[in-house]
Unconditional design. Structure first.
Length: 214
């Protein structure tokens, strides 16, 4: 790719491993409902909104649940998750991630977060990552979650750039689909590396530096 001007980072599973905390929180809800829930099942929730995540879990064999009960369960999961987030600190961010963000900024790139999470700003504040970004687009400013491209389109807009001037870094198939649909080239990490619409497969966040040369 020639001359990107901005990089949009997914949060959970890319900048920080809150995916483990989502797993613990959802495990408690699934256990209460008598639904077997594995780490492989949890991988299907990457990048997916809280409400859609609950539907995926209930489809694993749960009881019939009304819309009101679903709202209560989603709130309970979020309360457990937020209690776990209370333990986060700057030490939970891989120094290589922090250094990658600093180096991209030294290279003159504008940086944004593009996350489905409604807790993204709290996570960024607690980990001291907020100041590494020019803009944050998250679950609070979208009406449609990944795989819809809205969260990345808003991030590009916040950076005053076009999608083709940005690259997205994602760990989730839903996020790769969102980036591709929105016209963004994208890096795929972890499970997302296998997605057919990935532009570049990478093993770790710092690998973006090789592809986004000065
Ligand atoms: P919340 P990302 C996503 O974050 C998570 O991967 C996904 O597991 C979660 O359900 C979603 O945020 C919503 O999170 O319940 O905190 O609003 O990967 O898009 O940064
Ligand atoms: Mg993610």
């Amino acid at each position: 790719m020639s001359d990107p001007r901005g990089v949009i980072f997914d949060l959970d599973g890319v900048l920080i491993h809150t995916d483990e905390l989502h797993f613990h929180a959802w495990s408690q809800i699934a256990k209460r409902l008598g639904i077997p829930f594995t780490r492989e099942d949890n991988d299907r929730l990457r990048g997916v909104s809280r409400e859609d995540s609950l539907d995926i879990i209930l489809a694993l064999g749960g009881p019939e649940v009304s819309a009101t009960e679903k709202a209560v369960l989603a709130d309970e999961k979020n309360a457990i998750y937020r209690r776990l987030l209370g333990q986060l600190s700057p030490a939970d961010v891989d120094p290589a991630v922090r250094e990658t963000l600093a180096e991209l900024r030294r290279r003159g790139l504008r940086l944004a977060v593009g996350s489905s999470s409604k807790n993204a700003k709290m996570i960024l504040e607690r980990t001291g990552l907020r100041e590494s970004f020019d803009a944050v687009s998250d679950g609070e400013n979208v009406t449609r979650s990944k795989p819809d491209p809205e969260v990345f389109l808003m991030a590009a807009q916040f950076l005053a750039l076009q999608p083709a001037q940005c690259v997205v870094v994602e760990d989730a198939g839903a996020g790769i689909a969102a980036a591709h649909d929105g016209g963004f080239p994208c890096f795929g990490l972890g499970d997302a590396a296998q997605h057919p619409d990935v532009t570049w497969r990478i093993d770790k966040v710092e690998d973006v530096l090789e592809h986004l040369a000065v």
